[in-house]
Write a protein that binds this ligand. Structure first.
Ligand SMILES: [Mn+2]
Length: 335
């Protein structure tokens, strides 16, 4: 972490003095973005910033993420309910401004960005940025800030940060660096393991099981590429959820899952060993004028619907099999 040791001081200088700060996650926040926001909020309180608010675009969809918010008392509110002008400073975590997955108005002020997505950061941006795109999680960056600053990490905050690193790295299976492991170990000794188990095994609504049914009926394998279209979904993060669940189908190196939400096609990509998930997500987005990208083994994007949703979904499937080089393979249905 030595090459980043000046970052904490730079971050502090970009924020202080301030009496209020808004910490914004990406839309439909995942555990890494929520935990990172909580850690930054704690750090700002430690530095004497009186008032911080954690906000997110969209809503919190996955049952595990709703359980995380409930069990760890995370106070986070929809961005749409806030007025950005009420805050001295605006900080983005686990996302980069104006790249399609964060609900930030075009002319909004930004003072700091802490992220681990490869985002081609602008070198002359007027805001502080700490982009460690080799890291498995933004929560690792935030944990290292808290440790370096000497800020106490409570049991609940440690549980949140651990969960953020665990989910983003799939338990150290993908995109994890020695720094991720170091923070993971440190948090392991502070956190509440029973609470984490409760978060990881939440009660589920009937919609979850209906989605598994839809996904099973749709699942098709082209050589080693799995493809699922869920149709209309009630929460876009269920697309990533089904991608992760069906990725364990033994034939698959790749899984691509798509679904329709809010007049857009959302998609998630996972790979077992290939490092091209982010690149493929960008290629799909480029063909449809959407936004897409991500990490080596986990990526996502959104596309505008052209005409009707069913036709667009069909075109997306054709683009996927082409981009993944399996257009000539015989499709094999799961059922
Ligand atoms: Mn993340």
């Amino acid at each position: 972490m030595r090459r980043y040791e000046n970052k904490l001081q730079e971050f502090r200088e970009s924020i202080l003095p301030a009496s209020s700060a808004l910490i914004l996650t990406h839309d439909y926040p995942d555990p890494d973005s929520l935990a990172s926001a909580c850690g930054v909020s704690e750090l700002l309180a430690f530095w004497g910033v009186d008032h911080t608010v954690i906000a997110y675009g969209g809503f919190i969809g996955r049952a595990e993420n709703r359980a995380m918010v409930r069990f760890l008392n995370i106070k986070a509110v929809p961005f749409a309910l806030l007025h950005i002008g009420d805050f001295d400073k605006v900080i983005l975590v686990d996302c980069y401004p104006w790249r399609g997955n964060v609900s930030l108005p075009q002319n909004a002020p930004v003072h700091a960005v802490i992220d681990h997505h490869p985002s081609d950061p602008s070198p002359d941006a007027a805001f502080f940025q700490d982009i460690r795109d080799e890291y498995g999680a933004t929560a690792t960056i935030v944990t290292s800030y808290l440790l370096q600053a000497g800020c106490r990490i409570s049991q609940k905050l440690a549980t949140a940060l651990f969960n953020g690193i665990k989910t983003d790295t799939d338990g150290m299976l993908r995109d994890a660096t020695p720094d991720d492991i170091e923070c993971y170990k440190c948090l392991f000794d502070i956190m509440d393991h029973r609470l984490l188990s409760q978060i990881e095994t939440p009660k589920r609504d009937a919609e979850f099981f209906r989605l598994i049914h839809t996904a099973t009926e749709s699942a098709t394998c082209y050589k080693n590429v799995g493809y699922i279209h869920l149709g209309a979904v009630t929460a876009p993060d269920s697309i990533a959820e089904m991608a992760e669940l069906f990725h364990s189908w033994e034939k698959l190196e790749w899984i691509v899952c798509t679904g329709v939400f809010n007049n857009q096609i959302f998609y998630s990509i996972r790979s077992e060993t290939s490092a091209l998930a982010g690149a493929h997500a960008e290629s799909i987005a480029a063909r449809f004028g959407g936004n897409g990208g991500g990490h080596a083994k986990a990526a996502a994007g959104r596309l505008p619907i052209i005409g009707d949703a069913q036709t667009t979904a069909e075109m997306v499937k054709l683009a996927v099999v082409d981009i993944f080089g399996v257009a000539d393979e015989e499709p094999e249905r799961l059922l």
